[in-house]
Design a protein around this ligand. Sequence first.
Ligand SMILES: *[C@@H]1O[C@H](CO)[C@@H](O)[C@H](O)[C@H]1NC(C)=O
Ligand SMILES: *[C@@H]1O[C@H](CO)[C@@H](O)[C@H](O)[C@H]1NC(C)=O
Ligand SMILES: *[C@@H]1O[C@H](CO)[C@@H](O)[C@H](O)[C@H]1NC(C)=O
Ligand SMILES: *[C@@H]1O[C@H](CO)[C@@H](O)[C@H](O)[C@H]1NC(C)=O
Ligand SMILES: *[C@@H]1O[C@H](CO)[C@@H](O)[C@H](O)[C@H]1NC(C)=O
Ligand SMILES: *[C@@H]1O[C@H](CO)[C@@H](O)[C@H](O)[C@H]1NC(C)=O
Length: 348
Amino acid sequence: MESRLNVFAFLSLVVAAALLQGSSAQTTHIVGDEMGWLVPPGGEVAYSTWAAAQTFTVGDVLVFNFIASAHNVAEVSKEAFDSCNTTNTISISTTSPTNITLTSVGEKHFLCTFSQHCGLGQKLAINVTASTAPGPATPPPAPGTQVYTVGDSLGWLVPPGGPIAYETWASDKTFMVGDILVFNFTNAAHNVLQVTRAEFDSCNVSTTTTPPITTSPARITLASRGEHYYMCTFPQHCSIGQKLAINVTGNAVAAPAPAPSSPAPRPSSPATPSPSSATPPPSAGGPSTPATPSPLTPPPPSSAGGPSTPATPSPLTPPPPPSGSAASVAAAALPITFLAVALAFLCN
Ligand SMILES: *[C@@H]1O[C@H](CO)[C@@H](O)[C@H](O)[C@H]1NC(C)=O
Ligand SMILES: *[C@@H]1O[C@H](CO)[C@@H](O)[C@H](O)[C@H]1NC(C)=O
Ligand SMILES: *[C@@H]1O[C@H](CO)[C@@H](O)[C@H](O)[C@H]1NC(C)=O
Ligand SMILES: *[C@@H]1O[C@H](CO)[C@@H](O)[C@H](O)[C@H]1NC(C)=O
Ligand SMILES: *[C@@H]1O[C@H](CO)[C@@H](O)[C@H](O)[C@H]1NC(C)=O
Ligand SMILES: *[C@@H]1O[C@H](CO)[C@@H](O)[C@H](O)[C@H]1NC(C)=O
């Protein structure tokens, strides 16, 4: 508990410093501007033209506005993007707006998995460059977010006991949108790459061109709901167990509208598992495809949450979020609340 408070105080100072410097360099990009996210009348040139006029840096946010029943947003590999292959997605979101924080440099690829939409031009490729803002290279987390060091003191390595190590580590945690994973590893001996379910299962990333993160500690903000997969791309490391699958559920920022005088983080400690209190009731999972068992399913077979395919949105479709207005009001109040907390800390 004490360490959590220390971390919180430290993060408060980081935020306060950023605010006082006025160097909040985050840019929000409304994808397609007024057009939004749809099958563009003029074909895919619509989004490539839009993207060409923007500069994307780490920490920026993409906002996809769309009709939820008619479209979705999936991040995919370059290969899948080029061929409009929707079989394996890195992540998928079915709620509008979908806000995606750009957490690493390089090319990112998005498309709509609805039939024909990608082929007709509903696809977006962007190039994310490193943040040029002074000070901390990573955007400070919002209050209420949780920072998880993957494997805790074990860190990110080939676990002595095999894949069970990271399965166990993840099993008692509730990951929410906005939370941060920290992969702490030895540079040049390991790396970390977010991969698709198929790549996670096979440990084969030979067709992926996205570069892994090679510098420790790697901080990855969980930008969307659903299943997320990570692995080390060094030969054999994944197959021996250096792989992590997590299920991102709620939205950490929207959930606890913090009272001004009680800026305590989420009550559940990362060390004390209390998944039942933090996990939303399972949305009625329809019959899912009888494929290989999901790596996120606990070893004893349970009736709830069977294997699911990333390409079919239904099993992963989250319940609709609370009304957006409350969330945005809370979000607007957060920096002020945080600054107040930081100042209170300084005056102690
Ligand atoms: C789509 O990609 C998957 C692997 O990600 C592959 O198995 C499948 O054959 C591809 N489909 C097409 C139509 O290329
Ligand atoms: C991203 O930048 C690289 C290197 O500058 C370039 O080769 C690539 O075509 C760019 N990709 C996109 C989608 O603009
Ligand atoms: C990362 O791991 C190194 C040793 O492997 C350790 O000294 C360091 O304290 C760890 N950092 C964090 C943030 O856990
Ligand atoms: C990995 O996948 C690629 C393309 O899907 C295939 O050519 C290659 O043989 C696979 N490698 C292994 C070790 O399975
Ligand atoms: C991930 O979480 C969602 C929402 O709670 C749930 O519907 C889905 O079954 C979960 N997937 C797995 C593999 O546990
Ligand atoms: C997404 O971003 C838009 C524009 O910044 C904001 O109005 C909205 O509240 C955000 N939604 C969520 C769920 O964060």
